[in-house]
Ligand binder design. Sequence first.
Ligand code: CO
Ligand code: ZN
Length: 364
Amino acid sequence: MSREEFFKLLKRLADANGPTGRESWVRQIVIEELKEVADEVRIDSLGNVIAVKKGRGTGKFMLAAHMDEIALVVSYIDDKGFIRFLPVGGVIERNIVGQRVRIVTRSGRVVKGVIGLKPPHAAKPEEARQLPEMREMFIDVGASSRSEVEALGISVGDFVVFDRDLELLGEKRVTGKALDDRVGVAVMITAFKELGELDVNVYAVATVQEEVGLKGARTAAYSIDPHAAIAIDVTIAQDIPGVDEAEYVTRLGKGPAIKVIDGRKGTGLISDLRIVDKLVEVAKAKSIPFQMEVAPGGTTDASAINLVREGIPAATVSIPTRYLHSAVELLDLDDAINAAKLLKEFLESIDSEWVSKLRGEKIK
Ligand code: CO
Ligand code: ZN
């Protein structure tokens, strides 16, 4: 797929509003994209999209990429029309001050607002240096009373996402909101569409509620019962000023990352080495650039899938991304395009015998 085509697909996905637990708008796009090439597509009870491409054999291989994005939820509307909120997923204070936001109302209508703060002119120097706590922050939608806010269709329980559209920076880097994990979804769709002859049956799963505890992946893996799985998600790229090279984790433009371990002290996923080695072998054989990833924190859907039923061997292919969980996440399109290529080549190269052995063998 060309950069232009991939950018178009990613923009469609990233600009859509998909707060965790309210993924319907993203889900619609995913279904449209997968429907034409899949042998089967279904939505399960939690809202995961499961698309299947059939192979010659009986092996089942699952891909997972999450549709949801970190969000806020309206918790209170005051008399003067200011809106209080709580975080949904890994939202941090310093990434939301001064941001424009979209409130997604019950009717699906979107109302824009800003996260307000005292101007520096009025704040004491000490106060100006400090970040307010989230409970002191508020959203201003330009209303001056609670009834005006309600007249806009906003009610307690509505979800809020960053108001940011994807932009190209230079020739091949992009910035926007929700690249975590719409880029994973775009990579999965691209790989799935380009799959040729297969021996294994490939399940492409666009999951829900990853950002609040890897929920959709867990139930989807239980119902599919795959022999093995790969999650596709973003990872830390700290190749920025002020960070020691030893702590970059990954770098932009150096290819997709093949993860070895993640989570604090390895409490996330420890990737199945047989899958890792196969990914490396395929990348080398097909001259696809890649980097190895050892992440100090954070994890993905693969951790949940790994512990379903009697255990499902899992690994992760990551797209290096700067400024995670902010409105200006930034990545290199070529890393994503190469991730799709790596997954396509990997899935075409494995067979049912190989994947079934991953789930264990009878010794005697
Ligand atoms: Co995330
Ligand atoms: Zn993610």
